[in-house]
Write a protein that binds this ligand. Structure first.
Ligand SMILES: [Zn+2]
Length: 245
């Protein structure tokens, strides 16, 4: 599964580098962008996957393993030069009286007053080691954060490892949004990196909400980030698609 996290990371980093714009980038400017792909090392991406899914293993909500994974992410981001905030919160879990404790790991790269949130969930389901879902997404996020550490970006980019995605309420994402308060108005896009290391195809989705089913049906919301991602992927010859097409 080496190739897919690499492709996903490269696309993510490029998307952030280009910055969310309302029109696709002109083809001519992309020589510099393509050079950027050399900044991402497949082995470094896979090291994150192994650290999370093999060394730490399954990371269900509220476990010591979820906490260790959060610490791993915080340490990695700090090693790239980012200031890191760990946002701890209580999560209600169906069938349990006592809430579980989870945490979001937040760092930001300063740009202008508009923010793009890049997120990947830290926790995993009870079954399996969570290599694809979602060590691969965290690995892509970390590798992009590393590759972009010394690159000037137009917009502020918040890299967030989210706790409590698989179960519980509030989710880490809910808690993060609430914590932003009116600052949510400054967030112009959120890129959720999930399960980028497994499956037959590589997809980019956009929309306000998704219903169940495989593939999920996505309804409403702007699609320009997805469209930009697809344009960049096509330019790079990366086989990304979307459903519905
Ligand atoms: Zn997931």
């Amino acid at each position: 599964m080496r190739q897919k996290p690499l492709a996903a990371t490269t696309l993510l980093a490029l998307l952030l580098l280009v910055g969310p714009v309302t029109a696709p980038p002109a083809g001519a400017q992309d020589a510099a962008l393509l050079d950027f792909t050399t900044r991402i090392d497949a082995e470094a991406v896979m090291r994150h996957v192994r650290a999370l899914a093999v060394d730490i293993g399954a990371r269900p909500l509220g476990t010591e393993a979820e906490a260790r994974a959060a610490a791993y992410i915080a340490e990695a981001l700090e090693s790239y030069g980012y200031a890191v905030e760990v946002q701890e919160f209580a999560v209600g879990v169906f069938g349990f009286v006592e809430p579980a404790t989870s945490r979001n790991v937040i760092s930001a790269k300063a740009g202008d007053d508009r923010t793009v949130v890049v997120g990947a969930h830290i926790d995993s389901a009870e079954v399996g080691a969570g290599a694809g879902d979602n060590a691969s997404g965290v690995a892509a996020m970390l590798a992009a954060a590393e590759a972009l550490a010394d690159v000037e970006l137009q917009h502020t980019v918040a890299f967030v490892g989210f706790g409590a995605e698989e179960e519980g309420s509030p989710s880490g994402a809910d808690f993060y949004v609430t914590s932003l308060g009116p600052g949510i108005q400054d967030v112009i896009a959120m890129l959720n990196i999930d399960s980028v290391g497994v499956g037959t195809n590589m997809y980019v989705y956009a929309g306000a909400h998704a219903t169940g089913g495989r593939p999920p049906e996505v309804h409403g919301g702007p699609t320009w980030v997805r469209d930009l991602a697809l344009d960049l992927a096509a330019e790079m010859g990366l086989p990304f698609g979307t459903l519905p097409a």
